[in-house]
Design a protein around this ligand. Structure first.
Ligand code: U2F
Length: 445
């Protein structure tokens, strides 16, 4: 930048939905430790910032700053999951970020943003500073957005669902139906899909693209990505740099796990926003009960009301239901043998870190692509039969992973990637080297 030897300021733009802002903040906090002359303004909705910044946190180097939610005055959220807040927020962008940036009165030396917020590129260009987007999901998800035009040209719009993507290196097991909506199928004109489309077009023009993944996880895909992006920096799994501590285990999951046999427990969680339908919840509960495997369930909502009558009582000796679990530590506990997951990227990464094979029930975004990769590329997980929980499908999937030879093989396979993940974070590992380049880049802004 022009103002060398003075303190540098970075604007950080967060995407305040699902598990996006937390990983971005974790990255920025680590950057601030490695680049002590830099200050970061963390632009995010007040509500999301309130959940991320504890009152006693030192906000000296990373300062929370509010952006408008775009919600109409007096807006009352509906009960249950709703897309409305996202839609209002997207309507308010980029104006809300521009206003907030102006409020600071600062000239910034660079913008670091959630990759979704592509307009940061245009703002950075106006400020004549670098734009560094952070993609919080995996390399395959990133690639399908970057090559979206090629996919449309090859596969057409709403073409045959079973068509495979042989033309894309490493994708021969992936079918059209596994690709996130808004690329070759689904709705194209929703504000969210339009944002994803612009993201794919803008990323090749970024100074660097950081991603919460590691090079060894999917070398062929990483190679293609590197040919499309000017500076791809795989810096993950970043959670290994900022792991939660066991004192966050307020519901006693770890003590409970200690009482169970090695690789015997099913851990269940569907991330921050997916909830199976009442019918599927019932089927999953019936399957768990009939299978007789012990289970630990991180459950959103009122389990008493939402699960079959008497289920909690009948399974109380081998089931534990909690509103929140320290997932990374749980998946690292030797008693956990399988993760029943929606395949959000953080969950897939944490399962790899724990060396736990998966039962996949994806819901939206790139979760189906993650499932197919787990199943058909890496070979350490299964989808539920028919794509939805049924009692028998659940029993079958649990048996495959917890008590079959095939399951043992999956455990071995995921163990290999687990080791590579830890190696990537070693002092001379690929993710450490890439993180150091990112620190350099930030220092040179
Ligand atoms: C969106 O994913 P989600 O937020 O739904 O799910 P994950 O990426 O799997 O992240 C969930 C995180 O919450 C943690 C867990 C993960 O780090 O460890 N957690 C926990 O600690 N305890 C609990 O009881 C439950 C969860 C989106 F929907 C996905 O498609 C994307 O892949 C993802 C990343 O961009 O964001």
């Amino acid at each position: 930048g022009a103002r060398e030897n003075t303190q540098k300021h970075f604007a950080v733009f967060a995407f305040p939905f699902t598990t996006h802002a937390a990983p971005l903040l974790a990255l920025v906090r680590k950057l601030s430790e490695s680049a002590p002359d830099s200050k970061f303004h963390f632009f995010n909705t007040a509500q999301s910032n309130a959940s991320l910044f504890s009152k006693d946190h030192d906000c000296e180097r990373v300062k929370p700053w509010s952006v408008d939610t775009g919600l109409p005055k007096g807006y009352k959220s509906t009960k249950g999951p709703s897309n409305e807040p996202l839609e209002y927020f997207l309507k308010a962008t980029p104006g809300n970020f521009e206003t907030a940036v102006a409020e600071t009165g600062l000239p910034f030396d660079g913008i670091i943003s959630d990759a979704f917020l592509w307009f940061a590129k245009e703002m950075a260009e106006e400020m004549r500073v670098p734009w560094i987007p952070y993609f919080t999901a995996g390399p395959r998800a990133l690639l399908v957005h970057v090559v979206a035009d090629d996919l449309r040209a090859r596969l057409g719009i709403n073409g045959p669902k079973d068509q495979t993507l042989e033309f894309l290196p490493g994708f021969s097991a992936i079918r059209a139906v596994d690709i996130p909506e808004g690329i070759i199928s689904g709705s194209f004109d929703s504000p969210f899909q339009m944002m994803m489309c612009k993201m794919g077009q803008m990323l090749p023009h970024a100074s660097a693209v950081a991603i919460n993944s590691f090079e060894e996880i999917d070398p062929i895909v990483v190679k293609t990505l590197k040919s499309r992006l000017s500076n791809l920096l795989n810096i993950g799994p970043f959670v290994l740099r900022t792991p939660p501590t066991s004192d966050s285990d307020i519901h006693g999951c770890l003590d409970w796990l200690d009482q169970h046999m090695r690789s015997s427990v099913a851990y269940i969680s569907f991330g921050s926003s997916a909830t199976p339908s009442p019918n599927e919840l019932k089927a999953l509960a019936e399957g768990l009960e009939a299978s007789k495997f012990p289970f630990l369930w991180s459950f959103k909502g009122n389990a008493q009301e939402m699960l079959p009558r008497g289920f909690l009582k009948r399974t109380k000796n081998r089931g534990m239901i909690v509103p929140w679990a320290p997932q990374l530590i749980v998946l690292g506990h030797p008693s956990v043998g399988v993760f029943v997951t929606h395949c959000g990227w953080n969950s897939v990464s944490e399962s790899i870190i724990g060396g736990v094979p998966m039962i996949c029930r994806p819901f939206f975004a790139e979760q189906k692509l993650n499932q197919k990769t787990v199943e058909a590329v890496w070979g350490f997980g299964v989808g539920v039969e028919g794509g939805m929980f049924t009692k028998n499908g659940t029993i079958k999937a649990l048996q495959v992973i917890l008590s079959s030879e095939e399951g043992k093989l999956m455990k071995e396979k995921i163990g290999i990637l687990q080791e590579l993940a830890f190696n990537a974070l070693d002092t001379d590992g690929s993710s450490t080297v890439n993180f150091n380049s990112l620190v350099d880049l930030v220092s040179r802004c």
